[in-house]
Design a protein. Structure first.
Lengths: 326, 338
């Protein structure tokens, strides 16, 4: 038991858990009426999943040694196309259930196709992920703008709103989706052959190639899965906001990189834990909502978030140096 | 060696010329002197910032905080001009100092604390932009003194058009040209430049070869800061006011332009000439889309498409060359030395 506790405290995830608990306690003590209120805990539970799923999608790509700058635009383009299909089918036929099924199906299908597009350019053509996805981001944003003409797609059936706003046995539906995604990611990265291959590619693609891994194929599939996850986040966002627009979730782009790296994912690839990313996402989420409750100016919240990101990495580095000295 | 290098930028140059010819056929106004000068004036800041980014990319780093740094310097510059001094030299010095300090902050985080560049600059971007937007509340700074506005309006080698308007080279080239020359000189003719390329190739071997890698990294981020400071002066003198939101998302444009010009985000590859072509390509495309009256919503699609396709073509070309090189290697018994 004692050794287990020691192990927990010395692991990256353990430290993150402690930081999370400390921040949670501090926030609760500073503002027990508001931070611990039913309303705030509820809204945290509804907000976390979309950010969490996007962070996991980003983490997956970072683990291969890449980065996905088109992440949020993948989510929004798929929700726009799917949303358009859903609302136009709904106005034409007035069948809510069928239109929701069509809408969700189109959103997921589009997100997979967009993921495949990125994957094709990165793996088969060999363009650096940052540039490939930067180009893709511009492209997806352009297509989205062309469809919406700068406005938002709306007119969804009421049933669709249940995905993002209702609860089953007291657990919010987005949270259930998030938990399923977490379990899926955990199996994919930490238990499956593909996960092992992703880690090897992230460490060194050439060595992976020589040890018999089909690097191109695995990379392509990884981008496809990452696109699919972005699509899931897109569905939750579209349902929560009751509309689809190209700028939704744009602040999550860099935050998801921050969450992955804070969670211990190496930016050069090959290293990362699902639990770490989850904890980091939770930390960032409670900080931003906590500061919001305290009425801190949102620009200063940005300053603080940037500062925390750098601080944690600096502490990591210093701790590592100290360990080496020992 | 030299011939090989020249060939490297040739495909891009051909793309640039082809696009220019296409635009000129659709709208001959593209080829007018006036349009050319307009192009120069509106993309000069991009060109300068691209030089700064080139330094960073060459070392294998990346800086996503450039847009926030130029915004911060612009605000400092604007406030100084409005409240403290109208002396242009003092203002330029203050802008440079502010740029260098902010760049140095990135450099210290990256070289001393070994924080990966993309994460470090992501953090500083969030911090700098947060402070700027908090202090300005997103409001524009207006009321720039007349002498600074007059300075920004100066044109060199004026030429009087038929309708009485004078056109000429914008004064802001006095910032652009030294920046280009400085970048070229440092990269081509100094030990520092060789160190920069060496770090981008492999930082560990550069260290073993005796390059002081920490110092070099501090240097590139500081010189980038200096260039951003000068860019801020050029920008404010063109715009005659400061908009804290003017550079939203600009960092991606800068990075894309440099990479289009042949620089690798993994470091070690890239040149001043290539970067200039990349910037020109970007500016010509943006300008051409306006001249061809392409609806704004289509413009992003086209830019995204061009980024992806031109880099893909470049990549396929490189792969083919590499295959040929290997063949030459085998056939000539490995005498092919690069």
């Amino acid at each position: 038991m004692q050794s287990k506790i020691k192990k927990l405290f010395s692991s990256k995830e353990g430290i993150l858990l402690i930081i999370f608990i400390l921040i949670f306690i501090t926030m609760s003590l500073l503002s027990p009426n508001k931070f611990l209120s039913n309303y705030n805990i509820q809204s945290l539970a509804y907000q976390l999943p979309e950010f969490g799923i996007l962070s996991l999608s980003m983490m997956l790509i970072i683990m291969t040694g890449g980065i996905n700058l088109s992440l949020t635009f993948t989510a929004t383009l798929s929700m726009i196309v799917g949303g358009l299909a859903m609302s136009s089918y709904f106005t034409a036929t007035n069948m809510p259930f069928v239109s929701v099924v069509i809408g969700v199906f189109v959103m997921l299908a589009v997100s997979i196709v967009l993921g495949m597009f990125n994957g094709f350019i990165v793996s088969y053509i060999g363009v650096t992920p940052m540039i490939a996805t930067l180009g893709a981001a511009t492209l997806f944003e352009g297509i989205s703008l062309n469809i919406t003409k700068g406005g938002a797609i709306s007119g969804f059936p009421l049933m669709f709103l249940n995905i993002g706003n209702s609860a089953i046995f007291g657990i919010p539906v987005p949270m259930i989706i998030f938990i399923v995604v977490l379990i899926f990611m955990r199996i994919l990265l930490e238990k499956s052959k593909m996960g092992a291959a992703i880690i090897m590619i992230g460490c060194n693609p050439k060595v992976a190639e020589f040890s018999g891994i089909k690097v191109k194929k695995i990379l392509f599939q990884t981008y496809m899965i990452a696109g699919f996850l972005a699509g899931m986040a897109g569905i939750i966002m579209a349902s929560r906001y009751n509309s689809a627009k190209e700028s939704y979730g744009s602040s999550y782009l860099l935050q998801s990189v921050a969450a992955s790296v804070l969670g211990g994912t190496s930016i050069s690839g090959g290293e990362g834990k699902v639990l770490g990313t989850l904890l980091a996402t939770m930390i960032l989420q409670i900080i931003s909502s906590g500061l919001n409750i305290f009425g801190l100016n949102r620009y200063l919240t940005n300053v603080l978030m940037g500062f925390i990101l750098i601080l944690v990495l600096a502490i990591n580095y210093i701790a590592e140096q100290l360990k080496k000295k020992k | 060696m030299n011939r090989l290098k020249k060939i490297k930028e040739l495909p891009l140059l051909i793309v640039l010329i082809a696009i220019s010819v296409f635009i000129a056929i659709v709208n001959p106004a593209f080829l007018s002197l006036e349009n050319f000068l307009d192009l120069l004036k509106s993309n000069l800041v991009l060109a300068m910032m691209a030089m700064g980014m080139l330094f960073i990319l060459l070392t294998g780093g990346i800086d996503v905080s450039v847009a926030s740094i130029i915004t911060a310097v612009n605000v400092i510059l604007g406030q100084t001009l409005v409240h403290f001094t109208q002396n242009i030299f003092v203002v330029v010095l203050i802008a440079c100092a502010a740029g260098i300090l902010l760049g140095l902050m990135n450099g210290l985080l990256i070289s001393m604390l070994k924080i990966p560049p993309i994460v470090a600059t992501l953090g500083t971007m969030s911090m700098i932009l947060g402070v700027v937007l908090y202090t300005t509340n997103g409001n524009w700074i207006t009321g720039i003194p007349q002498n600074f506005i007059d300075f920004g309006r100066i044109i060199l080698f004026p030429y009087i058009l038929g309708d009485g308007r004078a056109i000429g080279i914008p004064i802001q080239v006095v910032f652009l040209i030294p920046v280009i020359l400085l970048t070229w000189f440092v990269l081509k003719h100094t030990v520092m430049g060789r160190g920069i390329y060496a770090i981008g190739g492999n930082i560990d071997s550069a260290e073993r070869m005796g390059f002081k890698t920490k110092k070099i990294i501090l240097f590139v981020y500081s010189i980038e800061g200096l260039i951003i400071g000068l860019s801020a002066v050029a920008h404010t003198s063109i715009m005659r006011q400061v908009d804290p939101n003017a550079f939203l998302g600009f960092e991606m444009q800068v990075i894309a332009a440099v990479v289009l010009g042949g620089a690798s985000t993994l470091g070690g590859y890239g040149s001043v000439f290539g970067t200039l072509i990349g910037v020109s390509l970007f500016s010509v495309i943006n300008n051409g889309m306006i001249l061809m009256r392409i609806p704004t919503f289509w413009q992003k699609i086209i830019v995204g498409f061009i980024i992806i396709s031109s880099i893909s073509v470049d990549m396929i070309q490189k792969k083919r060359e590499e295959k040929q090189k290997v063949r030459v290697d085998v056939e000539e018994g490995g005498t092919y030395a690069v």
